[in-house]
Design a protein around this ligand. Structure first.
Ligand SMILES: Cc1ncc(COP(=O)(O)O)c(C=O)c1O
Length: 391
């Protein structure tokens, strides 16, 4: 054997470190860098949540807990799912993993094997694509129809693509497009999934960030026996570093999911789980404040992007991202995001990180201060106008 690298699994050897971090890390040495790249709320975790974690530590709640998650927390999640999402899931149908990310990885480990087909609406959160690659599975991509100023689900294409798929992943509101699916689209997708015996994985992590006025319909509220719902505390409560998510699934697959979760991590942090319990039980005014602030910042970013020459952008309806099309300035978004970063010190994420359908786009987050958004926009505007002859 020449090098240890030879032993790395081929499907992992072919992966590259996520594009979400590439430009961000590149700019870390500059003092004037502006980061509109990672989906990281710039708000602090609410003080009552921090206090609950402090109390847990002081009171010796620093040991392993029930691998599925603290009973009180699973009870609270079960109530929340019923109240907010009309999902009937008993505490025994809930697991508390290390973020929504571990929930997704758990589902993939339990259900997806080499060669299996997984349907995803693209552009999609890049980790879905990475998980498919890691399992040696096949991506069945259904591109959202990009109408320039809005996105739409291609139900005809979905009908062709879903046949033989083990899973279909929904992410509503969507990262990276900011698109919010309407009831009609969700119902049509659920009907097709049920007809084909495909498991629906519904990632609802951005549910609180909905500016569209559309009602968010949870697939598990209409097809509970076919759906695994995934959510978490990272975005709604500005708790990305606490690493707590949750999943709710049909009874018959709980044992399998618990085994995978336990094998990987035993349990999520006890201290973070007490904090999450307080996040659900305590006052919700900080969530409301954050969301109304995001709505204002979304308008600021969207308005600025819309004014950039030769850039098309759909108004974000949810989540914390805008996904403008910069293809006028070159189809190679990877190269363009690096060039933009070098010239302006503004970090964005190249659209092709989210699949082929994202090529030519850049993802911007508006979970950044209004000042950062204004600075980024004015630097980009200057860059595009001074360089436009060169394209
Ligand atoms: C769509 C989506 N799902 C899941 C996650 C992961 O969330 P967590 O921090 O709970 O692992 C993210 C993080 O950005 C996301 O955008």
């Amino acid at each position: 054997m020449e090098s240890l690298e030879e032993w790395v699994l081929p499907q992992i050897k072919h992966m590259t470190f996520t594009g979400i971090w590439r430009v961000t890390l590149m700019l870390s040495n500059y003092k004037d860098s502006v980061y509109l790249s990672t989906g990281e709320p710039d708000f602090d975790t609410p003080p009552n949540v921090i206090k609950a974690a402090e109390d847990a530590m002081k009171n010796g709640k620093t040991h392993y807990v029930d691998p599925s998650g603290l009973k009180e927390l699973r009870e609270e999640i079960s109530k929340k799912l019923k109240r907010d999402n009309s999902i009937e899931a008993s505490p025994d149908q809930v697991i508390v993993p290390v973020g929504a990310e571990e929930a997704l990885a758990t589902v993939f480990q339990a259900f997806v094997s080499v060669g299996d087909k997984v349907t995803v609406f693209t552009p999609a959160y890049s980790l879905y694509l990475d998980l498919i690659q890691m399992r040696g599975a096949r991506l069945s991509a259904v591109n959202l129809i990009d109408e320039g100023d809005r996105f739409r689900v291609d139900l005809e294409k979905l009908k062709e693509s879903i046949t033989g798929s083990k899973l279909i992943i929904l992410n509503n509101p969507s990262n990276p497009t900011g698109y919010v699916m309407n009831d009609e689209e969700i119902r049509a997708i659920v009907d097709l999934a049920v007809e084909h015996g495909t498991i629906i994985v519904s990632d609802e992590i951005y549910e609180k960030m909905n500016y569209s006025g559309k009602r968010l319909l949870s697939p598990a509220s209409i097809a509970p026996e076919n759906t695994i719902t995934i959510n978490g505390f990272s975005k709604a409560y500005a708790m990305t570093g606490w690493r707590i998510g949750y999943l709710a699934a049909p009874k018959e697959v709980m044992e399998a999911l618990k085994i995978v979760h336990h094998t990987n991590v035993i349990s999520a942090s006890s201290i973070s789980q007490y904090a999450a319990l307080e996040a659900l039980r305590g006052p919700q005014d900080s969530v409301k404040k954050m969301v109304s602030e995001y709505a204002r910042r979304m308008e600021l970013l969207y308005g600025g992007l819309k004014r950039l020459p030769n850039v098309r952008v759909a108004k974000p309806e949810g989540a914390i991202y805008a996904f403008p099309d910069f293809s006028f300035y070159g189809k190679d978004d990877d190269e363009f995001s690096v060039r933009l970063a070098r010239a302006t010190h503004v970090a964005t994420v190249p659209g092709s990180t989210f699949g082929e359908a994202g090529r030519g786009h850049l993802r911007f987050t508006f979970a950044a201060s209004p000042e950062s958004i204004r600075t980024a926009l004015s630097r980009i505007e200057e860059f595009l106008s001074s360089k436009s002859d060169a394209y």
